[in-house]
Design a binder for this molecule. Structure first.
Ligand code: GKR
Ligand code: MG
Length: 434
């Protein structure tokens, strides 16, 4: 029998977009009025379209452009070959290239994630199966997410600065709270949980002096009671002794503590003294980090992210490694739209041992780039799409509008330090502050 080949990539379109993002605070500074994303569309020789979304960054977009000639003509089923071609072109990413910020800045993982998800969207359409089935099938029908609280300035982001995005008025109490006191944070949590039904809560910390953030966690514990799991993420900005001191205080009330300190060695030391699990998306962030993580015992839970771990199938490999070595697995997030959310949901549905609600920034976004509009959450969970592929389609009018936002806003990469300096002149990012 002649060898069967799949549809081949004929066109690749890379569209950078800027989406309205509120002035959220984190250890690295402040979110800009727009978050950047890049939408990738592959079209096959028989006219099937597959899409994906990754964090936006001009250098990564340029590398994606450089890969176009290598990818045209490739069979979308041949993902191993496509990955190898990309490795040959870009080399493997180093840990140093990840950078010290809470988000990942490496090229290869982003590029392969973009191409792989779009290819899998096509494969799903060709075979008539949702992506979750291509990952081995569904372990659950609904994927649970956690409320993701942020300290923030007033406003909802967008072209009027920290002002008046009309789409953001739906749950103003959460968006407009300045979040500087535990009471305001509790109000934000209540509004977000009421709107989305979340049953777990995470606070993005690393913004204020640790005791203030620990007090906020106790205020949340008091307001929501012992049955709502709580997490705090200071993004590795605490010193070792700070991680131990405040980690001990938090032991009675946290489900897990995320990246209290910087680096696997420090995480392992904190882990030896605390009884609560430690989670990470900053110290163990790639397959190359796994041997040292296991040797040191750096964390209990790894936060996967298909954009940062090189795609959905690589994230399934990570799930297998976590299972083998007794690590829990959850999911990290950055500001994103529905194409990323759909991929996160397919992955979350396929992971065999998912014992935690996943992170998502989605409640902070008001834009959307898919035809069905914004995803809905029921009791904090998203129903796994059953349509072929990702189960979402590109809204080309919205894409054009969001691309125009990108051209107008002038941003080329995420830089929270620069944004923070506009509000607090002279502010500088410190990788370890307290
Ligand atoms: O959006 O400011 C943010 C977060 O700090 C994000 O960039 C982190 O990567 O959510 C992330 C985390 O869990 O560290
Ligand atoms: Mg984190």
């Amino acid at each position: 029998m002649p060898e069967k080949t799949g549809p081949r990539i004929k066109d690749i379109t890379i569209t950078p977009i800027a989406i309205v993002d509120p002035p959220l605070l984190n250890a690295a500074g402040l979110h800009a009025p727009y978050a950047l994303r890049t939408i990738v569309e592959l079209v096959t020789d028989d006219g099937i379209s597959g899409i994906s979304e990754i964090p936006g960054n001009r250098a990564i977009d340029a590398a994606l452009h450089d890969s176009i000639d290598l990818l045209i003509g490739k069979d979308v089923f041949q993902l191993n070959e496509i990955r190898q071609v990309l490795i040959d072109q870009f080399g493997t990413d180093t840990a140093a290239e990840r950078g010290e910020t809470p988000w990942d800045q490496r090229k290869l993982v982003h590029i392969f994630s973009a191409i792989e998800v779009a290819c899998m969207d096509i494969i799903g359409k060709v075979t008539g199966r949702p992506i979750v089935d291509l990952l081995g099938g569904k372990m659950r029908d609904r994927v649970p997410f956690a409320a993701y609280l942020f300290y923030k300035y007033e406003g909802a982001g967008g072209e009027l600065g920290f002002g008046t995005d009309p789409a953001a008025t739906g749950w103003a109490a959460a968006r407009q709270a300045s979040g500087l006191t535990p009471a305001e944070l509790v109000a934000q949590a209540k509004a977000m949980c009421a709107a989305f039904g979340f049953q777990s809560i995470k606070l993005k910390g690393g913004v204020f002096e640790p005791q203030q953030e620990v007090d906020a966690m106790f205020a949340l514990h008091e307001a929501f009671g012992p049955d709502v799991p709580l997490r705090l993420d200071p993004n590795a900005i605490w010193k070792l002794e700070t991680g131990i001191k405040y980690g001990r205080q938090l032991e009675p009330i946290l489900e897990y503590l995320e990246d209290p300190v910087r680096g696997q060695e420090n995480m392992a030391q904190v882990r030896q003294v605390l009884t609560i699990p430690l989670a990470t998306n900053m110290c163990t962030t790639s397959f190359g980090d796994i041997p040292n993580s296991i040797r040191l015992g750096a964390e209990d839970i790894i936060l996967s992210d298909h954009h940062f771990w090189g795609g959905l199938r690589a994230s399934m490999t990570l799930a297998g490694i976590c299972e083998t070595f007794g690590r829990g697995l959850s999911m990290h997030s950055n500001s994103h739209l529905g194409i990323s959310l759909a991929a996160m949901v397919h992955l979350g549905a396929a992971i065999p041992h998912l014992t935690y609600a996943l992170d998502t920034h989605y409640p902070w976004q008001s834009d959307e780039v898919i035809t069905a509009g914004r995803f809905t959450f029921e009791e904090g969970a998203v129903l796994v799409p059953t349509e072929p592929g990702l189960g979402v389609e590109l809204d080309r009018v919205a894409l054009a509008r969001l691309h125009q936002n990108y051209l107008n806003c002038g941003l080329t990469k995420r830089d929270d330090e620069v944004e923070m300096q506009k509000i607090q002149p002279g502010w500088t990012f410190q990788s370890v502050r307290w």
